[in-house]
Design a protein around this ligand. Structure first.
Ligand SMILES: C[S@@+](CC[C@H](N)C(=O)[O-])C[C@H]1O[C@@H](n2cnc3c(N)ncnc32)[C@H](O)[C@@H]1O
Length: 429
């Protein structure tokens, strides 16, 4: 990472942009994806933009340990902006290994840019220099996730699993791709220097602008985490069957089902997000009917051979790519989302023809959105039964299969990691 770390004055705009991005990501207003198109980045050179992004991600991936180190040195919390500057300073020095003097000087300079914060220049200088005197280990799993989430994971999955899940927070993930045509696997794996994962996803360590990678312009693949690619495969749709994706945007799972030959209907409440589905369909040359509607109240009367519900959720399972979700989530979010999921699950069941298959999934590690949701659904539904998923089916890691045949995919269940997901498959009697 050293080559990314400008150690002269030219690096200050990159650090200022990182400060804006970090503030936006932690405010919970904008996810990091949106944050990355932040106006602060627009004026930067490609190299500075890459540094700003790497710095924010390094900070978010180590936020808990960074804060613990800072709390040991700072008695009275300074204003929020100073806290963010200190966090970025620690991440530069100990994660990106930016030369110490550059990490300190630029942090002090960032404070100095704000007239109202002049009195904190000395504090930032002293705290960072103090920390730099001793080695700092910023990878204690018990600190890598917020305490309340770590405690939940320990209660749900046990102490060892909670430790392994949280250890994944600090690790930078590779990029996983789903192929439009499985026959292209060998050629694209070679072109992209990629590993072929169980289930057929490709995993590449490449970085940078994906639109320049082999096969992108031709629509041969799309970016999709290895775990996110499993649910649609479990529907095992046959060419010509009808399939409904009830929460479709940005469209990864719709693309999979369309590529398998299904006659697709892609529904999402957000017309803006449906545009992303349309763009993805155009690039890959695949087709789907797009519907902007609320899945719970969509008045259409059709029923389908296969229904997929990738429900809105706390997204705590996506922390490998979006570490900000861990720090933006609140305990109260889970209960509110669980109520929405149960309404959508009932709506999904109504759309299924007798004999048809329904897959429910969430990219959440929270049992209320997964195991609890399914138990309640089975308890109130007459004509639907679980259709158990076997180890290896759809690329499911053996460790993820629960005794009832649903999947609890934990981020350490695959070498190199995958997103956390819960997946259940049902059949209508
Ligand atoms: C987890 S994302 C779906 C990701 C998508 N399945 C994929 O693989 O690319 C959840 C989606 O649900 C949509 N959504 C939330 N509530 C909804 C509702 N009541 N009806 C329809 N869509 C909804 C959101 O707009 C969001 O796009």
């Amino acid at each position: 990472m050293n080559d990314l770390a400008p150690n002269d004055a030219a690096g200050l705009p990159a650090r200022a942009a990182a400060l804006d991005l970090l503030t936006a990501a932690l405010s919970g207003r904008a996810g990091l994806d949106e944050g990355l198109s932040h106006p602060a980045l627009a004026a930067l050179s490609g190299r500075d933009r890459a540094f700003a992004r790497a710095l924010v991600m390094a900070t978010l991936r180590h936020l808990g340990p960074i804060d613990a180190a800072l709390q040991a040195k700072v008695k009275k919390p300074p204003p929020d902006k100073v806290v963010q500057i200190l966090r970025l300073g620690v991440a530069q020095a100990f994660v990106l290994k930016t030369p110490a003097h550059a990490a300190v000087t630029t942090s002090v300079d960032l404070v100095a840019r704000d007239k109202g914060l002049q009195m904190f220049k000395g504090l930032v200088n002293a705290v960072l220099r103090g920390l730099l005197r001793e080695p700092q280990a910023l990878d204690d799993p018990e600190l890598l996730a917020p305490g309340w989430l770590y405690a939940r994971w320990r209660a749900a999955f046990g102490a060892e699993a909670a430790h392994e899940i949280a250890a994944m927070v600090a690790r930078e993930p590779a990029t996983d791709l789903t192929l439009k045509d499985p026959d292209t696997t060998g050629a694209l794996a070679a072109d992209l220097e990629a590993q072929v994962l169980p289930g057929g996803s490709l995993r590449t360590q490449r970085r940078g602008d994906i639109s320049a990678w082999p096969g992108f312009a031709e629509g041969g693949w799309w970016v999709q985490d290895a775990a996110a690619a499993i649910p649609a495969r479990l529907l095992a749709v046959q060419p010509g069957q009808t399939a409904l994706d009830l929460c479709a945007a940005p469209g990864g799972k719709t693309l999979q089902l369309a590529a398998a030959g299904a006659q697709m209907t892609a529904l999402d409440r957000s017309a803006a997000r449906l545009k992303r589905v349309a763009e993805n369909l155009t690039r890959t040359g695949l087709a789907a009917e797009a519907v902007a509607a609320d899945a719970a109240t969509w008045p259409d009367k059709r029923i389908f051979d296969a229904v997929l519900l990738d429900a809105p959720c706390s997204a705590t399972g996506t922390f490998r790519r979006h570490p900000d979700v861990l720090w933006a989530a609140k305990p109260s979010d889970v209960a509110g989302l669980a109520a929405v999921q149960s309404k959508l699950l009932d709506a999904a069941a109504r759309r299924l023809r007798p004999g048809g298959r329904l897959v429910y999934c969430v990219c959440s590690l929270e049992p209320e959105e997964g195991e609890g949701q399914v138990a309640a659904f089975l308890g109130r539904t007459q004509d639907i039964v679980l259709d158990p998923i076997g180890a290896g089916e759809g690329g499911a890691p053996a460790a993820s299969v629960r005794p009832d045949g649903t999947l609890r995919i934990l981020p350490h269940h695959l070498d190199g990691g995958l997103d956390g997901f819960y997946v259940a498959r049902f059949r209508k009697g």
